[in-house]
Ligand binder design. Structure first.
Ligand SMILES: Cc1cc2nc3c(=O)[nH]c(=O)nc-3n(C[C@H](O)[C@H](O)[C@H](O)COP(=O)(O)O)c2cc1C
Ligand SMILES: [Fe+2]
Ligand SMILES: [Fe+2]
Length: 399
């Protein structure tokens, strides 16, 4: 799709409505976009390209927006192939186009496209590029979420190109968001950020600080919608929480792994008690039904995380083990955990889960694990009552 989004600035990205798994991991029931932009200044600039499945559609969008001209520059924010796979085809079509990279992205460019002939311009943090009526400034954002990432700022247009930051899963629908539509998308912004970028909170905080003095009317990310000023305000507040691993809500997520329903009963019982005690918005997930990316997003959102798992072939139930490792891997810090375990032979899932979670910074554990054999007994429910008391008190009155 081509769309004029501001003076001389065109959206020329593509929408992938058929994809099942983004990065071959994350379900995207509403698809995903690979955004690209053309700044049609005296010397036209293309910002990033598109996934390999959409090279032709992307090149047609660009040609349409260029109105017979050729691009002078391609700016590469980072070399992840969902945005760079079409670089070679673009470069071959426009051999006079110069490719603007930094030293690290140049190395990756050569890794992916050793036969590329076009001239490259290697820029440093803070360097500028004169495109005629605009001066573009490059702002390095290392590890947000690849090593070589750089943002670009167009001061005259008050536009910040932010690579994958401020992106989302979901289809484009014309790249407009009214206020209602935008708030409905926030869960997918959260799932995108937490799973794709969430590990790099320190680096995200650093770049947010770097761009905070800039006048910004519009953010152009590489996935999802172009953000206007009102939306930027909302997202900046959320990003500050997410990057700092600050829970948005004092509440609990309860994730359970159960083969035959007994562990599920214990988890559901605890959810009922927490809700009775006034804990708002408790969320319960079956780890075998809900993809871990949705649960990881909820773990970023909430202050307390309860994990209930059967013991399985001497270990943690497989889908629960994936979730626990993802929680640790995504660097979620400062959360309070409570554990429930079940085993018919010899329960040990809580000990194993705790071992993984102890690697996460600031992990605290509320109470002792509630451990039971095969099915919950009256004493199991009594232990769950006690755990609910402790959890609810900590959620509601704690800090
Ligand atoms: C394939 C399989 C392997 C299991 N391995 C163990 C085990 O190593 N240790 C153990 O204590 N229980 C083991 N169990 C029993 C479960 O931990 C659990 O007690 C039982 O499935 C009942 O809980 P549920 O109704 O929540 O599934 C196993 C169960 C299954 C189906
Ligand atoms: Fe990326
Ligand atoms: Fe991306």
């Amino acid at each position: 799709m081509k769309k004029l989004i501001a003076s001389d600035l065109y959206y020329i990205g593509v929408c992938d409505r058929r994809i099942e798994l983004f990065e071959n991991v994350y379900p995207v029931p509403d698809g995903v976009t690979y955004n690209s932009y053309l700044l049609a200044d005296d010397r036209p600039v293309v910002f990033d390209t598109a996934d390999a499945a959409f090279t032709e559609e992307f090149l047609l969008n660009l040609e349409d927006a260029l109105s017979g001209r050729g691009p002078e520059y391609l700016v590469i924010s980072h070399m992840e192939p969902d945005h760079s796979a079409s670089v070679k085809a673009l470069a071959d079509k426009y051999p006079a186009m110069k490719i603007v990279v930094n030293a690290r992205s140049k190395a990756f460019l050569e890794g992916f496209f050793p036969d590329l002939k076009n001239e490259t311009i290697v820029v440093k943090d803070g360097d500028e590029l004169d495109t005629g009526s605009r001066i573009l400034k490059f702002i390095f954002a290392p590890m947000v979420h690849w090593p070589e990432v750089m943002f670009t700022y167009d001061a005259a247009g008050k536009t910040l190109f932010t690579a994958d930051a401020f992106g989302s899963f979901g289809s484009s629908n014309g790249i407009v968001c009214d206020a209602d539509g935008f708030s409905a998308l926030i869960p997918e912004y959260r799932r995108y950020y937490t799973n794709i970028v969430g590990k790099y909170g320190v680096q995200v905080s650093a770049v947010l600080k770097k761009v905070s003095p800039l006048a910004i009317e519009r953010i152009c990310p590489l996935h999802g919608a172009v953000l206007n000023e009102a939306e930027i305000k909302v997202m900046a507040a959320l990003y500050a929480d997410w990057a700092g691993y600050v829970p948005e809500q004092r509440s609990a997520v309860i994730a359970y792994a159960s083969v035959y329903g007994n562990t599920k009963r214990a988890a559901e019982y605890l959810a009922g008690r927490l809700s009775e005690k006034g804990v708002p918005d408790v969320k319960v997930f079956d780890v075998s039904k809900t993809h871990f990316s949705y649960i990881v997003a909820e773990c970023f959102r909430k202050s307390h995380i309860v994990l209930a798992s059967v013991t399985y072939n001497g270990g943690i139930f497989t889908n629960m083990e994936t979730l626990v490792r993802e929680i640790a891997h995504h660097g979620i810090t400062g959360r309070k955990f409570a554990l429930i375990e079940n085993g018919s032979w010899a329960a040990q899932s809580a000990r194993l889960i705790r071992g993984i979670l102890e690697e996460t910074k600031g992990a605290e554990f509320i109470g002792e694990p509630v451990s039971f054999r095969s099915s919950p007994k009256p004493e199991t429910f009594a232990s769950l009552d006690a755990l609910a008391d402790e959890l609810a008190a900590d959620i509601i009155n704690g800090n």
